[in-house]
Design a protein. Structure first.
Length: 651
């Protein structure tokens, strides 16, 4: 067909397709050639007199775009034939499967032209053009279908009217060749007959490699299933690269991650090759891969392998320092290591000794006796608590000079002990919230956790959950006794002597927990009381439970002895779930969600536990992020509860 191809795509989707880096855009155009079974791809960055890029051309010797299928291959988005075929005619795994790669050209240029040469059903070579313009990204023009003078199939892509701010990043040929080497390394190693050139220079990853190692990964997920993959780790001769490419089984790279860690001085790229990555791409979930537990397991294993490689490299680099210590007879070990554990301990010691000498240049000038004592102390510390020492040294020795200065200034204002205690409080609270979710919503606990003898007792140790500003008032006592406690807080004990508590009516109900605070703004004698009624996880909050909490409130409201003028009363009914009646009562248009009664300085709320927990997490989120704290798995939350509240947990 000659004419226009209209692609059905939303503006938001187009924006997403164009939101990639220049090197990523260039690599996508190369991938298109490789998906067409090209064995030779030539990239030309035509320069002007000032070494700026004037035009970009990518040409290949693939099978070309067939004119008969142009509407299907070029006019559709998200329905590429590659989804069904999976492999090219020559048996290569496809990189792109959704027909999105063509839009990469518009990241670099405002005008893109594809000239395709292909062999028709009579084995006669034909050619035609496809034109695209940034002003009409949803429309492509098909032009000039005619016999070709060429006797080779392929596609040539011309990028003109370039976006200077984007293509200027590609002006350094050497850097671009390096970046493309990283991206295409596993693919070119898997298919050695393929040649990619940039301005006549062949992209050969082997020229950049220092060494390459392969690792097989097999881990077990929560369902007991094997999650497998291969990791190829390439160490580069230069640079400071720390990245990970996510690939299919054949090494086709789909996504790049920056490796988070402390692998300084180790320039490397990892290539994780797994069917899990292929599934993420097929399901369009590659952007939210952190939610896939199988992928998270694979990545954790990748990090473990990288750390092991890094430790071994550092141990090798420490050989010279160890030799010097042995010559001075101050090395604290003798003979050969007798076990794998002892060998690992020596490697860690050697690395620490090198770091000490790097970061403390004056240490080398110290006396032999002083250095010998320091090394012996380091050895003893490693043997006493190796994991803790490794972690502490790693964090302290990796601080920059500015960070070391900041730490020293902080320690002038507060103690390290106070910093540790504060961090532990936040860490413990996050673990508690995780454990609380499990005992409230976990099937093992839901029907067995009791409200007064277990849940109630646990919460008494974690009253911060309801607000830092509250103080403990009382628990598990009748409203008559609550009144006595209330008068104490008001400093009106003499009034209690005038009240006949035995004959007070309507105050025999027993709420679970009471908290109070003195309002800091305004008169000093203003107070707020929070009364909490808990229900076991298996209890569904309904009309019966709502009536109970309202009766507490009305008993307080109707008693002349409970102060309502300067004291605010807030009552919470808490459970894991509500029935429809309670949910309707808690969702009235004229009041805040959860508020079921308000009047005479008294409010009654019904809330689900997940709301309380999420509010508590929200209050701690800033410090959690700044301290980089996280609960690694559910066992951490349960371990906290078992350690602190074992007597209150069901067997």
């Amino acid at each position: 067909m000659i004419g226009s191809l209209e692609v059905q795509v939303t503006d938001d989707h187009l924006k997403k397709l164009l939101n990639i880096t220049p090197i990523k855009a260039l690599s996508e155009l190369i991938w298109n050639s490789l998906d067409a079974d090209a064995t030779k791809v030539e990239v030309t960055l035509e320069k002007n007199e000032l070494e700026g890029i004037r035009n970009i051309t990518i040409s290949d010797n693939g099978h070309g775009i067939d004119f008969r299928n142009v509407e299907r291959q070029f006019g559709n988005l998200g329905d590429s034939h590659k989804i069904k075929d999976e492999k090219s005619p020559l048996g290569r795994r496809y990189h792109g499967k959704l027909g999105q790669g063509r839009y990469s050209g518009f990241v670099l240029a405002r005008e893109v032209e594809w000239i395709s040469t292909y062999s028709d059903q009579r084995d006669i070579f034909q050619e035609f053009s496809i034109m695209g313009n940034e002003d009409q990204l949803k429309k492509f023009e098909v032009l000039n279908h005619r016999p070709s003078v060429s006797t080779d199939s392929g596609v040539t892509v011309y990028l003109t009217n370039l976006r200077n701010e984007q293509v200027d990043i590609l002006a350094n040929d050497g850097k671009v060749i390096k970046e493309l080497s990283f991206i295409f390394a596993p693919y070119l190693l898997a298919y050695p007959g393929i040649i990619i050139t940039l301005n006549g220079v062949t992209i050969d990853p082997k020229n950049q490699m220092k060494q390459i190692k392969d690792y097989f990964i097999s881990v077990e997920n929560e369902d007991g299933e094997k999650v497998e993959g291969n990791l190829k780790v390439v160490e580069w001769k230069s640079g400071k690269y720390k990245n990970l490419y996510l690939c299919n089984r054949d090494g086709v790279a789909y996504e790049e991650e920056i490796v988070k860690g402390w692998f300084t001085g180790f320039s490397h790229t990892g290539y994780l090759m797994s069917d899990v990555v292929e599934q993420l791409l097929t399901q369009n979930n590659i952007a939210v891969r952190d939610l896939n537990p199988d992928y998270v397991l694979l990545r954790e294993e990748v990090y473990r392998i990288l750390k092991e490689i890094y430790r071994e490299k550092q141990a090798l680099e420490a050989i010279d320092e160890v030799k010097r210590m042995k010559e001075e007879n101050i090395y604290p070990y003798s003979g050969q290591p007798e076990s794998v554990i002892e060998k690992a301990e020596r490697q860690v010691f050697d690395i620490c000794a090198v770091k000490v000498n790097e970061l403390l240049p004056e240490f080398r000038k110290a006396s032999k006796e002083s250095r010998q004592f320091t090394y012996r102390l380091l050895k003893e510390s490693l043997q006493a608590n190796p994991n803790n020492l490794k972690l502490i040294l790693k964090e302290v020795l990796n601080l920059s000079i500015n960070q070391q200065d900041e730490l020293a200034k902080i320690l002038e204002k507060t103690s390290l002990d106070a910093m540790i205690n504060t961090t532990k409080i936040i860490s413990d609270r996050l673990a508690f919230l995780n454990g609380l979710e499990q005992i409230l919503y976990g099937k093992d606990f839901e029907k067995r956790l009791k409200e007064r003898s277990q849940l109630h007792k646990i919460l008494l140790g974690e009253l911060w959950l309801f607000g830092e500003h509250y103080s403990y008032g009382y628990d598990d006592i009748a409203l008559k006794t609550v009144l006595k406690e209330h008068l104490k807080v008001l400093e009106r004990e003499e009034l209690a002597e005038e009240i006949d508590f035995k004959n007070l009516q309507g105050l025999n109900d027993i709420p679970d927990i009471g908290l109070y605070k003195q309002i800091p703004m305004g008169p000093h004698d203003c107070f707020e009381n929070l009364v909490i009624e808990l229900k076991r996880p298996s209890c569904v909050l309904g009309s019966k439970e709502l009536t109970q909490i309202e009766e507490y409130a009305f008993a307080i409201a109707e008693s002349k002895y409970f102060d309502k003028e300067k004291t605010k009363w807030t009552l919470y009914l808490l459970g894991t779930k509500m029935d429809n009646h309670a949910r309707r009562k808690a969702s009235q248009q004229d009041r805040s969600p959860g508020l079921i009664y308000s009047g005479n300085n008294i409010q009654v709320w019904v809330k689900e536990w997940n709301q309380i927990i999420q509010e508590a997490k929200g209050r701690h989120r800033f410090l959690q992020e700044r301290l980089e704290l996280e609960v690694r798995d559910n066992s951490e939350g349960m371990d906290y509860l078992r350690k602190k509240y074992s007597e209150y947990l069901p067997d």
